[in-house]
Design a protein around this ligand. Structure first.
Ligand SMILES: [Ca+2]
Ligand SMILES: [Ca+2]
Length: 446
C-alpha cells in the first residue's frame, strides 16, 4: 500500500513538473513581433471571424490558421527584435512562415509572396523559385469594387474585369474588421507580385512552386531550418523556409540586407477554384530559426558554361553580363559537385535551355551543398541593363561575408623528433643484440 502511495506521489510530482514546463515550451517558439497591418482581400473568408480575423495568433504557439484572402490580401509583421540574415543559419534560412497546404499537390498550393523591409516603407521581394520566370508579373494589381452585394467586381492591371467569384462569396472588406488598414468605401487596389491569373472557374486550377513561398507544402511547427532546395519538394518539402539573401529590388537585382524589421506576406495568385472558391494564402505560424555553429560561404560552383563559353565565377562577384552570348537559344550549364542542389530559375537541374532570352533579362542560378549558405549567381541577358555585379547594401552591414572558411583541415602529423647522438648509439647497440638473438634462435632451435 505504501509503495502504491509512493508511486502515485511520484506520478503527481512528474505531472506538476510537466505542467510547469509547458509554458516555457510555449514561449520557446513564440515570436517577438506584432501584426502591423492585416487585410483579407475579397474572398470567402473576408469579414469571417473564423479564418479572416485572428492573425495575431500566428505569432503564438497555440495559433489559428488565418487566411489572407484573394490576390493582394496581406499581413505585415513588425519584429521587435530584428530578424538577422545570419551566415550561421543552416541552408541560409533565416525565418519560417507556414500555411496549411497538406500534400504539396498542384491544387493545394496557395502561394504567398514574401517581402522584407528595414523601415516598413522600402520593400524587397524575397525571390522564390518562380520570380524570374516569364509568367511571373512583378507589377500586377487588382482593383476590387464594392457593389453592395456579397460578390465584388474587379478590374485588373491587364484590363480584365468581371465578378470576383462565380458563386462563392467575395465580400468587400469591412473597416471594422480590418482596422489596421485604410479601406476606401468604393474600391481598393492591391498590387505586387503575381504568379498566376486563372479566371475560368475550375477545381483543377492551380500553380506549382518549388521553394520560397508561404502555403505551398505541409508545415511543421518548430524552430529548425529545413533545406528548401531538396529533390522532389512536392513529396518531402517543409513549408515556408525563407532566406533574406533572396532579396531583390523592383528590377530583380540583388540587394544585401543583413537584418530586417518587417516581413509582409501577400497572396500571389488570382485564381478561381470553382466550388473551392479562390486560391487564398493561409498563414498558420511564424517560426524563428535556431542559428547553427558554422559560417560557410564556400564556393560550390566554380564556373558556368553559357552556350559553350565558360564563365569563371570570381570571389565577391555575383552578377555576370552574358548578353553577348545570347543570340537565340541559351543553354546554361553549371559546373558544380554532383551532390550539390542546383536551381536554374525554377528548374532543379544543372543544365537548362531557354528558347530565347528570358523576358526579365535575368537568369538566377542557386547552388547549395550540405548545410551551407547557397551560392546565388545572377546572369544578365539584356545588353542595355545596368545590372550590378554585387549586391547593393541596404542599411548597416553587420556580418563579414568576405571570409570563406573551408572545412577544417586535419592537423598534419607532428614532425618526427630528431634523435640525439647518444640515443642513436643506444638504438644501434639494441638492434645489434636483437639480430644476434634472432640468429641464435634460428640456428639452434628451428
Ligand atoms: Ca540567410
Ligand atoms: Ca491554404
Amino acid at each position: 500500500m505504501k509503495t502504491m502511495k509512493k508511486i502515485i506521489a511520484v506520478i503527481i510530482a512528474a505531472l506538476v513538473m510537466l505542467s510547469l514546463c509547458a509554458p516555457a515550451f510555449a514561449i520557446e517558439y513564440a515570436v517577438d513581433a506584432r501584426v502591423k497591418e492585416y487585410l483579407v482581400a475579397p474572398s470567402q473568408y473576408t469579414n469571417n471571424g473564423q479564418y479572416g480575423k485572428f492573425i495575431d495568433t500566428t505569432l503564438t504557439q497555440n495559433g489559428n490558421t488565418t487566411s489572407l484572402g484573394n490576390y493582394g490580401g496581406y499581413v505585415v509583421y513588425e519584429f521587435n527584435t530584428p530578424v538577422m540574415n545570419d551566415p550561421k543559419n543552416p541552408y541560409g534560412v533565416d525565418f519560417r512562415i507556414s500555411g496549411n497546404a497538406f500534400n504539396g499537390a498542384l491544387t493545394t498550393q496557395e502561394p504567398g509572396q514574401v517581402w522584407v523591409s528595414q523601415d516598413g516603407e522600402n520593400w524587397y521581394a524575397l525571390a522564390g523559385s518562380e520570380h524570374f520566370e516569364n509568367q511571373t508579373d512583378w507589377n500586377y494589381s487588382v482593383t476590387y469594387k464594392n457593389n453592395g452585394t456579397n460578390i465584388c467586381d474587379y478590374v485588373d492591371s491587364n484590363g480584365e474585369s468581371g465578378a470576383v467569384s462565380g458563386r462563392i462569396a467575395a465580400k468587400y472588406p469591412d473597416k471594422d474588421f480590418y482596422k489596421t488598414v485604410e479601406i476606401p468605401d468604393d474600391e481598393i487596389t492591391l498590387g505586387g507580385v503575381c504568379l498566376a491569373v486563372q479566371r475560368t472557374p475550375s477545381m483543377k486550377n492551380g500553380i506549382q512552386t518549388q521553394f520560397g513561398y508561404v502555403d505551398a507544402y505541409p508545415y511543421k511547427i518548430d524552430n529548425i531550418a529545413y533545406n528548401p532546395y531538396i529533390e522532389n519538394p512536392t513529396e518531402k518539402g517543409i513549408d515556408g523556409q525563407f532566406d533574406i539573401s533572396w532579396a531583390v529590388d523592383e528590377n530583380g537585382y540583388p540587394v544585401r540586407l543583413d537584418y530586417v524589421n518587417f516581413v509582409k506576406v501577400q497572396t500571389a495568385t488570382f485564381i478561381d477554384g470553382a466550388m473551392f472558391g479562390e486560391k487564398s494564402t493561409e498563414v498558420s505560424r511564424v517560426c524563428m530559426i535556431e542559428t547553427g555553429e558554422k559560417v560557410s560561404f564556400t564556393k560550390s560552383a566554380e564556373s558556368i558554361v553559357v552556350n559553350g563559353q565558360e564563365i569563371e565565377i570570381t570571389d565577391g562577384k555575383i552578377g555576370y553580363d552574358i548578353s553577348e552570348l545570347c543570340g537565340g537559344e541559351i543553354t546554361i550549364s553549371v559546373n558544380a559537385d554532383e551532390n550539390s542542389s542546383v536551381y536554374i530559375n525554377n528548374l532543379r537541374a544543372s543544365e537548362r535551355t531557354f528558347e530565347a532570352a528570358p523576358d526579365k533579362g535575368i537568369i538566377r542560378v542557386i547552388v547549395q551543398d550540405g548545410e551551407k549558405n547557397p551560392q546565388i549567381i545572377y546572369l544578365y541577358t539584356d545588353p542595355d541593363s545596368q545590372a550590378p555585379e554585387t549586391e547593393t547594401l541596404i542599411g548597416d552591414q553587420i556580418f563579414d561575408r568576405t571570409e570563406t572558411p573551408e572545412e577544417e583541415e586535419p592537423a598534419p602529423d607532428p614532425a618526427p623528433e630528431k634523435e640525439g647522438f647518444f640515443k642513436r648509439v643506444f638504438r644501434a647497440i639494441g638492434d645489434f643484440f636483437v639480430r644476434i638473438y634472432k640468429w641464435f634462435v634460428k640456428t639452434f632451435f628451428c
